[in-house]
Ligand binder design. Structure first.
Ligand code: SF4
Ligand code: SF4
Length: 507
């Protein structure tokens, strides 16, 4: 890499982002030092185009091929990720491989098998109020000679909401855009995850805000796997039902992409090699250009003369745009991805296959004498490549996790010293389940949990007009641990008891 000192204004962005601290500012100009590994971070981050993609050969540098970055690591130094170093002209891993035993302390304790499952669920248990009143069912029974207690309640949780995952390439709206249900704001678009759009519905500020009832109803309906219609402000109309494919702006989404365009190039490289002289996988995340991509080059291809209009990330990988076109990009005509063709490298008569990562749309072209691509039929090998992509794609689905904050009043019906319950949950001495389903308890304070709503009996979630959503919550633990946290021992009944704990709340 080189710095064009005329263009550099000393902003220092490259100094901050350089992963190997190879750049410093001298007299308000960037200077690249000898630990540069040519990772191109400065080239991509410089707002003035002052970092030039001009390699400076270093004697003894080794090219790393363990990821698309392709660092050239000088002798004795480490690559951009810190995982590989050039040691005596050999690339070696810079950290030892750890066994499970070596990390077990950080992973933390697992609950004993005998307290992993509740004896009864809280579905249908009802609740108690106010908070000092014991939970409606506290049952005990013996497992492997140990007395185990399960405490259950259908808890109203104002700290609650949903993370909804929609498997689709299609644009649903800007991250942060509000989402309405029956015309009222109940959530927002969250950061996109791999191949899926994410929505956040509910949350305490919406539940206790102006549109709290609508938010509570939306959360309960989605969590119970009912069909709902949502609208993203400035974005798409969504028809969603957990466990079913999404419908976005009236379009049923059937296939979830196998990965980004770059992953597709790697996974289906041997198909692409025979499919055409050049293959482009159009994708809104990473679009790939096969002959420039590591997969194509490893299979012996020389980089061709097709140049793409997207911004390059690393060789053969380009950041896509977002829209309603091919592969979730804004390109309605896939050929618009081609910026220009160097006919010295890609000769007339050469073929080009452009496909989406799902294989739902694909087109074939042949380069004319005028240096322009014209449409042609997909060859048999191209059809095989596209079919391989398509058959690897999973069914597109809507899924959701319910997020519940049970660390507040919802603890009180369990024990007289609620913080001891919180500590027991985090120490795996008390196991929290939701409708019998395993949950993930978030680290840090309180008891905030995630549960896959498809693991909970449909209809188990409801709402109360405080407003709050209501979730079935069970705590299971050894009787001795229950006693220690100030559990309501007077309310413990044998497992066989089917009547709620009688309690005169006003005595
Ligand atoms: S990011 Fe560009 S302009 Fe800023 S210091 Fe680095 S080279 Fe100069
Ligand atoms: S694996 Fe690490 S060292 Fe190797 S090319 Fe990638 S970032 Fe560089």
């Amino acid at each position: 890499m080189k710095i064009d000192l005329e263009r550099c204004n000393g902003c220092g962005l490259c100094v901050k982002d350089c992963p190997v601290a190879a750049i410093s500012l001298q007299d308000k100009k960037a200077v690249i030092g000898p630990s540069c590994v040519e990772c191109h971070t400065c080239f991509r981050v410089c707002p003035r185009g002052a970092a030039l993609d001009e390699p400076v050969p270093v004697a003894g540098a080794k090219e790393c091929t363990h990821c698309p970055v392709g660092c050239r690591i000088p002798e004795g130094l480490t690559g951009a990720c810190g995982r590989y170093k050039n040691q005596g002209h050999e690339l070696v891993r810079s950290r030892p491989l750890l066994t499970y035993a070596e990390v077990a302390a950080e992973v933390g304790p697992e609950p004993e098998l005998l307290i992993e499952r509740p004896s009864i669920t809280a579905i249908g248990a009802g609740g108690t109020y106010p908070d000092y009143v014991p939970a409606p069912y506290i049952v005990s029974h013996e497992r492997d000679g140990v007395e185990v207690v399960t405490v259950v309640t259908e808890a109203p949780l104002s700290y609650s909401g949903l993370k909804v995952k929609i498997d689709t390439d299609l644009e649903v709206g800007e991250e942060g855009a509000p989402i309405t249900f029956e015309g009222r704001t109940v959530g927002m678009v969250e950061t996109e995850e791999y191949g899926s759009k994410m929505l956040a519905i509910g949350g305490v500020n919406r539940l206790t805000g102006r549109h709290g009832f609508a938010a509570a109803r939306a959360v309960a309906a989605i969590a119970n796997r009912e069909a709902v219609r949502l609208k993203v402000k400035g974005g798409a109309k969504l028809e969603l039902q957990v466990g079913q494919p999404p419908v976005i702006d009236g379009q049923l989404v059937e296939k979830m992409r196998v990965g980004c365009g770059s992953a597709s190039a790697g996974l289906f490289a041997t198909f692409f090699l025979d499919a055409a002289d050049e293959v482009i996988v159009l994708d809104q995340h990473i679009t790939s250009l096969f002959s420039h991509h590591a997969a194509g080059r490893c299979l012996g291809l020389a980089p061709g003369g097709v140049e793409l209009c997207f911004q390059r990330s690393t060789p053969g990988r380009y950041f896509g745009t977002h829209g309603k076109g091919w592969g979730g990009t804004d390109l309605a005509d896939p050929l618009d991805i081609v910026k220009q063709v160097d006919t010295g490298l890609t000769k007339p008569g050469s073929t080009l296959l452009i496909t989406e990562t799902t294989g739902q749309n694909a087109a074939m072209y042949v380069l004319g004498e005028d240096g322009k691509f014209a449409p042609t039929e997909l060859s048999d090998k191209a059809q095989q490549a596209v079919a391989a992509l398509a058959e690897t794609c999973q069914r597109s689905l809507v899924s959701a996790v319910y997020v519940g904050g049970a660390g507040g009043s919802a603890r009180a019906g369990v024990a007289r010293y609620p913080l001891r319950l919180t500590h027991a949950v985090h120490a795996a001495k008390a196991v929290l389940t939701c409708g019998g389903a395993k949950v993930f308890v978030l680290p840090g304070g309180g008891i905030t949990f995630y549960v896959d709503v498809e693991k909970v009996r449909s209809g188990a979630f409801t709402w109360v007009p405080t407003p709050a959503t209501v979730a079935p919550i069970e705590y299971t633990m050894r009787l001795s641990d229950y006693e220690e946290m100030g559990g309501h021992l007077e309310a413990v009944k044998p497992f066989a008891a089917q009547e709620p704990v009688p309690w005169n709340r006003c005595k």
